[in-house]
Design a protein around this ligand. Structure first.
Ligand SMILES: Nc1nc2c(ncn2[C@@H]2O[C@H](COP(=O)(O)OP(=O)(O)OP(=O)(O)O)[C@@H](O)[C@H]2O)c(=O)[nH]1
Ligand SMILES: [Mg+2]
Length: 235
């Protein structure tokens, strides 16, 4: 178990057809100073669930499709296990498990409630982020900073949060809106939000589902902007 305050840490990996990369993400996450690795299998039609289990993860099934559903299912499991800190990382090895302590340090030192991995402040490997996603992220980050008074530079998926905080947020966006909802509601709650630099790599295997295809990119943009504006106006 981790030693500082009452940090017990669950790493949550939402995964949809990531058989080619999930074992490495699970193993390298288990090598960190954490307590559980939970893979939320989002109805994969490949061997993602079995491979993840074999690599040492707890696997929960989130049959309803959607990034947010997968994250919410993993979150519920982590909280049931007693996790006080939750880390989210993608299952395609775009983020680097060895950088996890960067996200955990501000929580350990009790300087933050939500720590966001910023790829803009870190390193983006050439070809890992299409131009439209770079511009989209920059625009959304600027809008969030303006509307919610927090300084953010990215909307990356690699992040860590106190489980007390995420429970207060009452997360509702169960697809592409989840990451944005977490940021804007945390900001509105007056939570301490810190960005740390992280790297971003090309997915190791499998098919691009969001940034690399038109439908995914348009949907993501629609949800990100919609959530950013909606929560600034309504509850
Ligand atoms: N897109 C998508 N990803 C999901 C879903 N459920 C779980 N995931 C996982 O969420 C993480 C992020 O999705 P990615 O497809 O990597 O999205 P991205 O990084 O923006 O874009 P690509 O890597 O180019 O596809 C991965 O680990 C997926 O396997 C879902 O319903 N849709
Ligand atoms: Mg990806």
């Amino acid at each position: 178990m981790s030693d500082s305050w009452n940090m017990s840490i669950a790493v949550i990996i939402p995964a949809l057809n990531e058989a080619g990369s999930i074992a490495a993400v699970v193993r390298d996450s288990l090598a960190q100073d954490i307590d559980w690795v939970i893979v939320a299998d989002n109805g994969s039609s490949d061997e993602t669930a079995g491979i993840a289990r074999q690599a040492g993860a707890l696997v929960v099934s989130a049959p309803r499709r959607g990034y947010g559903y997968a994250c919410a299912t993993g979150t519920a499991k982590a909280i049931a296990l007693g996790a006080t800190v939750l880390v989210y990382i993608d299952g395609d090895y775009s983020s680097v498990p060895d950088e996890m302590q960067r996200l955990l340090d501000p929580l350990r030192e009790n300087k933050a409630d939500l720590v966001l991995g910023s790829r803009v402040q870190g390193t983006i490997i050439e070809g890992a982020m299409p131009l439209h996603q770079k511009y989209g992220n920059a625009l959304s980050s600027w809008l969030i900073s303006k509307l919610y008074g927090v300084k953010v530079t990215d909307l990356g998926p690699y992040r860590a949060i106190r489980s007390e905080l995420i429970q207060e947020l009452g997360m509702r966006e169960m697809t592409f809106g989840w990451p944005t909802e977490m940021m804007v509601k945390a900001a509105r709650n007056g939570a301490r939000i810190i960005e740390v630099p992280v790297s971003w790599q090309r997915r190791r295997a499998g098919h691009s589902k969001v940034s690399g295809n038109l439908r995914g990119s348009l949907l993501a943009a629609y949800y990100i902007l919609g959530v950013t504006i909606r929560y600034a106006i309504f509850q």
